[in-house]
Design a protein around this ligand. Structure first.
Ligand SMILES: CC(C)(COP(=O)(O)OP(=O)(O)OC[C@H]1O[C@@H](n2cnc3c(N)ncnc32)[C@H](O)[C@@H]1OP(=O)(O)O)[C@@H](O)C(=O)NCCC(=O)NCCS
Length: 197
């Protein structure tokens, strides 16, 4: 994967000069796990492990090549996103589930979330995946092409708000006729702590 380099920039909005952090988007390393989990706790709070998406991640490894981090020039973790292998309904059609996406609260609104999303989508497409699902806010994710238009016949394996189940088709036709419950299909963790994925 080519990392996406963003230079530090001073820019002016409404007369106020802001200093954007320099960061790169790159593959997550085993050494990033503790910092990633701490960032997720800070950004999302303790309830994050009760989400229905978490059921599809627990005990699994992320999809090959699709655990990304944003890193500062000094090496600090500024953001994280991972994608997971799932199948859609009884037909077993393969897709990806994205999440959690989180950015260090101190550097929100500096484009880090968008850079992680765009790199994740580009990598998923390059690796030949046909569609990405997620449970999240459409007002944020619609800018990357996600919508609830194609997910009405799909369901998460647990409580969730239907209008927040969103999808992005990467290969035309992947979601045609897809219906049923989203099921985990990724590689299982073995002899490792779950959070070490
Ligand atoms: C959501 C999140 C990842 C966005 O990261 P970010 O680096 O701040 O995002 P970007 O800089 O690319 O985009 C910021 C823009 O998105 C908007 N935005 C952020 N969250 C939003 C939401 N839930 N709904 C609508 N817009 C949202 C911001 O208002 C900002 O708008 P602006 O550019 O007009 O100022 C980050 O705010 C975060 O970690 N939130 C807590 C965890 C979370 O909710 N994750 C998503 C669920 S998996």
């Amino acid at each position: 994967m080519n990392s996406l380099a963003i230079a530090t920039t001073d820019f002016q909005t409404a007369g106020v000069v802001q200093h954007l952090p320099a960061f790169t988007v790159e593959a997550e390393l085993p050494a990033d796990v503790a910092a990633r989990e701490a960032l997720l706790d800070r950004a999302m709070g303790p309830g994050r492990k009760r989400k229905s998406s978490e059921k599809l991640r627990r005990g699994r490894r992320p999809a090959e090549g699709l655990a990304l981090v944003a890193r500062s020039a000094e090496g600090a973790l500024l953001g994280t996103v991972r994608l997971w292998n799932v199948t859609l309904g009884a037909g077993g059609r393969p897709a990806l589930l994205l999440g959690p996406l989180a950015v260090e609260p101190a550097v929100k609104s500096a484009g880090i979330g968008s850079a992680l999303m765009r790199q994740a989508i580009a990598e998923a497409e390059r690796l030949g995946h046909g569609a990405i699902l997620l449970v999240g806010d459409e007002p944020y994710y619609s800018r990357f092409g996600f919508s609830a238009e194609r997910t009405g016949t799909l369901a998460m394996p647990g409580p969730y708000e239907r209008h927040r189940l969103l999808a992005l088709e990467l290969a035309g036709g992947t979601l045609d006729g897809a219906c049923g419950i989203v099921t985990a299909s990724g590689r299982k963790l073995r002899n490792e702590r779950t959070h070490a994925a």
